[in-house]
Design a protein around this ligand. Sequence first.
Ligand SMILES: C[S@@+](CC[C@H](N)C(=O)[O-])C[C@H]1O[C@@H](n2cnc3c(N)ncnc32)[C@H](O)[C@@H]1O
Length: 214
Amino acid sequence: MSMKTNMDYWEFVLKNLPDSYHKWFEEEKKYLQKTITPDAKVLEVGCGDGRSIFDIFPVTKNVTGIDHDDKAIADAKNNFSSYPSIKILKADATKLPFENGEFDFVVCMTTFANFADKRFIILDEMKRVLQNSGKIIISVFSEDALEERMKVYKASGITIKSVENGKVVFDESVGDNISEQFSKEQLEDIFSRANLQIDDITKVNIAYLCTLSK
Ligand SMILES: C[S@@+](CC[C@H](N)C(=O)[O-])C[C@H]1O[C@@H](n2cnc3c(N)ncnc32)[C@H](O)[C@@H]1O
């Protein structure tokens, strides 16, 4: 059985970016830089190796990243070792180790797709650590992403157990083994059930970029 984790596969994706993902990430960067205010205090939930923290750099370096994967934490710590204001912590998104209202922005880039049935607990946690006028920014696969996602999964060699309505289930050995995609209507339903206000949902080819408030 493979010893690779979700993070190893994500690393493969980042090193072999197809055009569709590249365009999506360029749009993410523009969206983050236009939405986040200068020097704001930002939390990234599921930060991986810190790809998006680099995107935020021109706007603020007051950033904390959390991830529950040991390799992600080691890579992110290594990437930001010369930036004392960037804090990287091992934590699970279902139990964020922060006080209420600590952050001006909570961002979650490409990771919401992996939360499966924990998504409402995690949205509640994001909301809890957000200050009252703060914003949550989420980037997640759109309903048009499946073809591009399947190309990437096949190239990476990850073992797929099932694919149904855009929900791809991988072998359990990878850790976070579910990846989903959503229509705008599904996202609106999820966010309103989480009692979040929707400020914006913008479609960029294979993804939606969303801004939410309390
Ligand atoms: C697809 S990667 C995205 C990484 C990074 N945000 C990026 O866009 O490059 C998903 C990351 O979320 C992390 N993750 C998934 N579920 C999590 C949870 N419940 N708590 C903390 N981290 C989680 C994984 O370990 C992985 O590093």
